[in-house]
Design a protein around this ligand. Structure first.
Ligand code: NDP
Length: 248
């Protein structure tokens, strides 16, 4: 991880769960981390919970990633304050349950705007920053097993019906970015991390109760992110699929 010392990593959705776990690990590994989220009180709690000597490496900015203007403002602030972006972790995401066919269109739009368009807005600006500064940066997508297989672990469970297309599209975004960057002669890496169920706020208590101990922890996913970042410059981890042992 030496080459990332004091480099700037932007994490969307850093106020809880996987994003917060990534922020903790990357700050501890010596990166400057910018956490984006809507709940600034939770970002501040995260900052306060860091060991004192690490706190100065955690920066926060209020940002609703579904709103392009807010993403523009946040990234302009990062460029000005920290000089550019070396790593982007597209992690912000929401789930709204129910059948896709019967779901109000505004809810489907909300999922797509957050999970898909939010990641695209951040990716465009981060890739722009990396290319301008000729940095071999890294674009990471916190996707999902649902984004790879489009599967439903339990046919009776409709919690991921509208979420799944948003994550499936994210798989395509990563692959297209990978190809475009090669065509441009860029050394920027792209990685998708595809977790199964993780014990975070996004998962309803009822589901957690059903899964029992067969569930990942946020830190397990953060470790996979760290691994993807730590491979040598000439290798690219493209996909990591991570499930709790015993998850169907
Ligand atoms: P959490 O609910 O704990 O975290 C979601 C994060 O996304 C929060 O920090 C939230 O911050 C942020 N977020 C949501 N909407 C927006 C928005 N419009 N703008 C900015 N930030 C937003 O759940 P997880 O940590 O589990 O989720 C992180 C990612 O992991 C998601 O993309 C999710 O799809 C993915 N994932 C999760 C799995 C699981 O089982 N938990 C499995 C597979 C993938 P705030 O509300 O403060 O804005």
């Amino acid at each position: 991880m030496d080459r990332w010392q004091n480099r700037v990593a932007v994490i969307s959705g850093a106020s809880s769960g996987i994003g917060a776990a990534c922020a903790r690990l990357l700050v501890a590994a010596g990166l400057q981390v910018v956490g984006l989220a809507r709940r600034t009180d939770r970002l501040e709690q995260l900052r306060q919970s860091l060991p004192e000597e690490q706190r100065k490496r955690f920066h926060q900015h209020k940002c609703d990633v579904s709103q392009e203007l807010q993403v523009d403002t946040a990234f302009e602030w990062i460029e000005k304050e920290l000089g550019g972006i070396d790593v982007l972790i597209n992690n912000a995401g929401i789930v709204l349950g129910g059948q896709l066919i019967d779901m109000p269109t505004k809810d489907i739009n909300n999922i797509l705007q957050t999970n898909l368009m939010g990641s695209i807005y951040c990716t465009k600006l981060a890739a722009g920053s990396m290319r301008r500064r000729q940095v071999a940066g890294h674009l990471i997508f916190v996707n999902s097993t649902a984004g790879v297989a489009g599967y439903k672990p339990d046919p009776a469970d409709e919690s991921l019906n509208a979420y799944t297309p948003s994550k499936f599209a994210l798989t395509a975004v990563q692959e297209i970015c990978r190809q475009e960057l090669i065509n441009q002669g860029s050394k920027i890496k792209t990685t998708s991390i595809n977790p199964g169920w993780v014990a975070t706020e996004i998962v309803p208590d009822e589901t957690k109760a059903k899964l029992g101990e067969v569930i990942l922890q946020a830190d397990d996913v953060a470790q996979a992110v760290l691994y993807a970042l730590s491979t040598p410059p000439h290798t690219q981890v493209e996909q990591i699929t991570l499930r709790a042992v015993g998850e169907y």
